[in-house]
Design a protein around this ligand. Structure first.
Ligand code: FAD
Length: 314
């Protein structure tokens, strides 16, 4: 069997995980109780790691109490807050493209946890920045908190097609961010900048009436184009892009994929992960979808952006 995906946690501090203990590892067929090994060598042997670890999972993500050191209200449905992490937790683990965490106010029950992208970080002062669109019970409860929150993380599967972002070097990249989707754009831009890529960021405020990524992207020296209507096709066709990152709703992902297909463009596509995510560990099942009879846990399994859209998984 050829795997159509990889596991975002494979070979990390969190592998083997809960799914190894329950016999549901998404990569290792032996751990799933089959007789044959068919992972075709993913760089490590998760079965061996599991045995070496005394048939137990590796580390778990911790619940981290963090102080709100800044909170700005931008519109009636948008606020941005900054957290100071405790001394023994370092922002570096929260700084790669696609990182998200679960956040809740300090006194809320665990089911109030909201998955939020890390929008930006300040390594020197150990700060993380988040932008929140107020929608329903969880985001409203978080908005009321002014002192401390509890976060659980880091989780890394906030973007599909991550390999194109991480491996891009000296290429021509277009970032399209709409509404709160822009929260995931800054870590992508910083990662691409480290690879000496040429970057244009197209920002559309969507229902937020405010481009949250604009100021930070300017500071990073990244070209920004602000748009109000859906003129993406024109912009995509204006240049020869090697990589397009779509941060926004599923309809935007699908529109951009359609432009790439219709015009036979060479551009690779990465997209923000818009699944309903609750545990982030592949356990609760809220993000599970069916791919030709196979259960795909979208919080855990890393697929290509084009594959996700082709198969209608979002
Ligand atoms: C990886 C990831 C990163 C995200 N990053 C951000 C961010 O940086 N800023 C931000 O404002 N929002 C972000 N979201 C979306 C945010 O988690 C939801 O808007 C929030 O959970 C809504 O909860 P609610 O109770 O306020 O609203 P509800 O009324 O419960 O839901 C409103 C909408 O949010 C969606 N939603 C509800 N619960 C979840 C969930 N557990 N996972 C995903 N979608 C959900 C619902 O489908 C619905 O469309 C992210 C989602 C994911 C999956």
């Amino acid at each position: 069997m050829i795997l159509k995906y990889s596991c975002i946690d494979m070979a990390s501090d969190y592998c083997p995980c809960y799914l190894a203990e329950t016999g549901d590892c998404v990569i290792c067929s032996i751990l799933r109780g089959q007789n044959n090994c068919d992972c075709r060598w993913q760089g490590i042997c998760i079965f061996q790691e599991f045995l070496w670890n005394g048939k137990k999972k590796a580390s778990s993500r911790k619940m981290i109490k963090a102080e709100i050191v800044d909170k700005k209200i931008f519109t009636d449905n948008l606020f941005i807050f900054t957290l100071k992490l405790p001394k023994d937790v370092h922002t570096i683990y929260f700084s790669q493209a696609g990182t998200y965490v679960f956040v809740k106010s300090q006194n809320s029950p665990d089911f109030y946890e909201v998955p939020l992208c890390v929008m930006d970080f300040d390594e020197e002062n150990n700060l993380l920045v988040f932008a929140v669109q107020l929608l329903g019970p969880k985001t409203k409860a978080l908005f009321k908190e002014n002192k401390n929150v509890v976060l659980r993380g880091p989780y890394y599967n906030g973007i599909f097609g991550l390999k194109y972002i991480k491996s891009s070097f000296n290429r021509n990249c277009l970032l399209v961010g709409r509404g709160i989707g822009q929260a995931s754009l800054i870590l992508v831009a910083k990662s691409l900048k480290r690879g000496y890529n040429k970057i244009l960021a197209v920002l559309n405020p969507g229902s937020l009436s405010y481009n949250i990524a604009k100021e930070i992207l300017f500071k990073e020296g990244i070209s920004v184009k602000e748009v109000n209507d859906e003129c993406y096709e024109e912009i995509i066709l204006e240049d020869n892009y090697d990589l397009i990152y779509s941060a926004g709703a599923d309809f935007q992902h699908n529109f951009i994929y359609d432009v790439i297909k219709r015009n036979n463009l060479k551009a690779e596509l990465a997209i923000s992960n818009n699944a309903q995510i609750c545990c982030g560990e592949g356990v609760c099942g809220s993000c599970a979808v069916n791919l030709n009879g196979e259960k795909i846990r979208l919080c855990k399994m890393q697929l290509e952006g084009k594959k996700i859209l082709e198969e209608g998984l979002l």
